[in-house]
Design a binder for this molecule. Structure first.
Ligand code: UDP
Ligand code: MG
Length: 321
């Protein structure tokens, strides 16, 4: 058995790491081809996500040196998830299986063999799961943990400690292409595709060069998107909260009336101010959450393309003729 594997790597301003990444991946993929684990038309597919540096030039250079390096150039920066989707959807046309990984090789590439073994034993999706988070900062570790806990509490099926390092068979990719949503959170969608899956554990390293393209602001936006794209529980919580407050105000009404009738009213500045602030706050928060969902609906109804491919560098004898 030797099926065709495409490694899909989204790249945004990765000029510092690209040469080294290409070298390491080439070594890995060549050794797998030699062992006849994968076919010799397997490829390393870089997706340039509208980088502002020399990333695309480097990809073109690599391709001209060795056509095993392939490239897809997006028309502009669309974010990690969309870039990854663009790569996967392109690879789907050629490959029997794909593995997605980051350009900085933080995910241990030595476990790729294990991914492929799992694929041959019948898994359509293989999740790479980190066995520890030693290399992360304390902050990233705790916020990530809180995120997974929250997602599970809200009823979203996400794999704990799994980022986007995963193998997907062509069948799974066909399934993925049926999901047309613009608000893309692949980690939430992939479990919804179904099929047999398995897990491979690995150690995550530190970025060997360049800096993280996920600053706190992007991370928070990503987490919020993940939640609101998959769960309507926050809206339910707000409705529940509304009922509760209504109930309390009803009791308060009765109480005030009784006090009034008994003639014991006092000038209640404190309670008045408190209730204005509290209720105002809750209302604003609720409006914000509901607005977030309306924004999502707005984006979805426009059906805008999730990515536009400007150039493609793939030499594939089978498909090109
Ligand atoms: N990335 C991308 N588009 C973006 C931001 C990031 O394609 O707008 C890519 C980036 O080049 C890398 C991957 O997504 O290959 C993950 O980014 P990074 O390693 O910076 O994130 P971290 O590992 O720090 O969470
Ligand atoms: Mg990284």
């Amino acid at each position: 058995m030797n099926d065709c594997l495409y490694l899909v790597i989204p790249c945004y301003n990765e000029q510092e790491v690209l040469h080294e990444t290409a070298k390491r991946l080439l070594k890995k993929i060549n050794s797998m081809i030699e062992q006849k684990l994968i076919s010799d038309d397997s490829k390393i597919l870089f997706v340039n996500d509208g980088s502002k540096d020399r990333t695309w030039d480097i990809i073109q250079e690599l391709h001209s040196q060795n056509p095993i390096f392939s490239g897809v150039n997006l028309s502009r920066n669309k974010g990690h998830q969309n870039a990854l989707l663009a790569g996967l959807m392109t690879a789907k046309e050629y490959a029997d299986m794909t593995i997605s990984l980051d350009a900085d090789l933080q995910d241990d590439i030595e476990v790729i063999d294990k991914f492929v073994e799992e694929y041959y034993s019948g898994s359509d999706v293989v999740y790479g799961v980190r066995c520890s988070r030693k290399t992360d900062t304390f902050f990233k570790r705790t916020t990530a943990l809180a995120f997974y806990k929250l997602m599970n509490m809200l009823g979203v099926d996400v794999m704990y400690n799994h980022a986007d390092y995963r193998l997907m068979s062509r069948r799974a990719l066909e399934g993925l292409s049926e999901f047309k949503e613009v608000n893309l959170f692949l980690r939430g969608i992939v479990p919804l595709i179904g099929y047999k899956f398995s897990i491979v554990e690995y150690e995550r390293h530190e970025r060997f060069a360049g800096e993280s393209k996920y600053p706190l602001k992007k991370m928070l936006a990503f987490a919020l998107d993940g939640i609101t794209s998959f769960s309507i529980k926050p809206i339910r919580i707000i409705t529940g909260l509304g009922f509760l407050i209504f109930f309390i105000s009803f009791i308060a009404l009765i109480y005030t009336l009784i006090v009034k009738v008994l003639g014991k009213t006092v000038t209640g500045w404190t309670s008045l101010t408190l209730s204005i602030w509290m209720l105002g706050g809750i209302q604003l928060l609720s409006l914000g959450v509901i607005g977030e969902y309306i924004g999502k609906i707005y984006n979805e109804t426009k059906h805008r393309p999730r990515f536009i491919i400007a150039d493609k560098l793939i030499s594939n004898d089978k498909k090109d003729i």
